[in-house]
Design a protein around this ligand. Structure first.
Ligand SMILES: Cc1cc2nc3c(=O)[nH]c(=O)nc-3n(C[C@H](O)[C@H](O)[C@H](O)COP(=O)(O)OP(=O)(O)OC[C@H]3O[C@@H](n4cnc5c(N)ncnc54)[C@H](O)[C@@H]3O)c2cc1C
Length: 397
């Protein structure tokens, strides 16, 4: 569906405003303000060190609970991975924007003061937009349609976790450990990794992405409940890819929405990735998910991808892209062995995420951006953290 206005596009895209900021409204509401009550006398094992896994480990560790995290990759972050080599600020290869009020940072860090001390940039009414209407290129400023998302300055979602969450849990994470099975049939819950090593805990939180869960990347004994399996079967999961291009000149607007860039089956948007950064680099980001990502995903990530994107940009910006191109990097989440896709589609059934947020058993929970209760908000860093907090609350109760 072609957006009828820039604000419609912002409302519909996953990257930029699936959820609009509500000033003064803490994301996690009363629970967060009251703090997490209770205790747990046992060990909690967490599968995955993405936003959900790190948040759960942080909240539990701060309440004196013994925690172990098993992470398949050699680094933390999962879908908030960033690249710190491309230019002089971190490039967010996955989750980038803060879609809700900055207070969410305090909820995640378990410290309400954090939001005030974190450097963030907001968008402005003077931001420039280029988009298509009835096949014609349109150019304007945002005006009253200013985007309400926030961005980290000189940092990223992963940078935020590294600074405020990881220090207290770093020694609890074992990397390069791929979990293959979770068994809830003995005294403790047994987790076995790809090397055949057995890990036992009193409670297990599984945070692997939905695509992998549906693909049976982890075998559960007993199997996942039927309600979970039904929700997974019903889930519409989008693939996704981001590309970042550096140019010698800033010929592009704050946002560029290519023709036919929005449909019920995907989204795609070019944006000024250096916006708000203290940097002289001119970096254009391409966010694409669902069917909108597919034309890029089939290309070789080197010259083929470059030529395809430059042609798309040259047609609108009078050849400036080819004239000023310096280099690019790409991240295809669908090809990432430990993601398999981008996330649960914006248009997915609103019963999927809340159903998967329900307990698997008394001793096993799922937590992650698409296993989250309440509303129709999923597939973002803040929902991953919210899901983690909900599970921690259940464990401590
Ligand atoms: C292209 C793109 C753009 C996005 N943009 C935004 C945005 O602007 N703002 C926003 O809020 N959100 C955005 N998101 C969504 C956000 O990044 C995710 O919702 C969030 O990071 C998911 O966190 P998670 O902890 O649920 O899952 P993950 O980050 O996927 O963490 C799961 C972890 O489990 C590990 N793992 C997988 N399998 C195993 C196994 N068998 N054993 C052990 N470990 C395993 C993985 O390596 C990973 O570290 C975007 C996502 C993508 C892909």
């Amino acid at each position: 569906m072609q957006p009828t206005s820039r604000r419609d596009f912002l409302r519909s895209t996953a990257a930029l405003g699936a959820i609009l900021a509500l000033p003064g409204c803490g994301l996690f509401g009363d629970d967060a303000e009251a703090g997490l009550e209770g205790s747990f006398d046992g060990k909690v094992l967490i599968v995955g060190a993405g936003a959900a896994g790190m948040t759960a480990a942080h909240l539990l560790t701060r309440r004196g609970v013994e925690v172990e995290i098993l992470e398949a990759k050699s680094v933390p972050g999962g879908r908030i991975a960033h690249d710190t080599d491309f230019v002089d600020f971190p490039i967010s290869l996955g989750g980038e924007w803060i879609h809700v009020d900055a207070e969410v940072l305090g909820d995640i860090a378990d410290d309400p003061e954090i939001a005030a001390t974190t450097a963030l940039s907001a968008y402005a009414s003077t931001d420039t937009w280029v988009w298509f209407e009835n096949g014609e290129v349109q150019r304007d400023i945002a005006g009253d349609d200013v985007d309400t998302d926030l961005k980290f300055v000189g940092s990223s979602w992963l940078g935020f976790f590294e600074a405020n969450v990881l220090p207290g849990i770093a020694d609890r994470i074992t990397y390069d450990t791929v979990v293959r099975s979770v068994s809830d049939t003995g005294d403790g819950v047994e987790v076995v990794d790809a090397a055949g090593v057995s890990h036992t805990a009193d409670h297990v939180i599984v945070t692997i992405p939905m695509f992998l869960l549906r693909d049976s990347a982890i075998e559960f004994d007993p199997p996942l409940p039927d309600r979970h399996l039904d929700a997974l079967a019903e889930a519409d999961i989008w693939g996704g890819m981001k590309v970042f291009l550096e140019f010698s000149e800033p010929f592009f607007p704050t946002f560029f929405e290519p023709e036919d860039a929005s449909s019920r089956a995907g989204q795609r948007l070019y944006y000024d990735a250096a916006y708000g950064q203290d940097s002289a680099h001119h970096v254009l980001g391409l966010f694409s998910v669902g069917d909108q990502a597919e034309p890029y995903q089939v290309l070789d990530e080197g010259d083929e991808l470059r030529d395809h994107i430059l042609a798309e940009l040259d047609a609108v910006f009078d050849g400036a892209a080819s004239r000023t191109y310096l280099r690019h990097i790409a991240k295809n989440w669908s090809a990432d062995e430990f993601a398999g896709a981008a996330y649960l589609a914006d248009e997915a059934s609103s019963t999927v995420a809340p159903t998967l947020a329900g307990p698997v058993s008394d001793r096993i929970d799922l937590a992650g951006c698409s296993y989250v209760r309440g509303g129709d908000d999923w597939s973002s860093v803040h929902t991953a953290a919210k899901a983690a907090r909900d599970v921690v609350e259940r464990i401590l109760a």
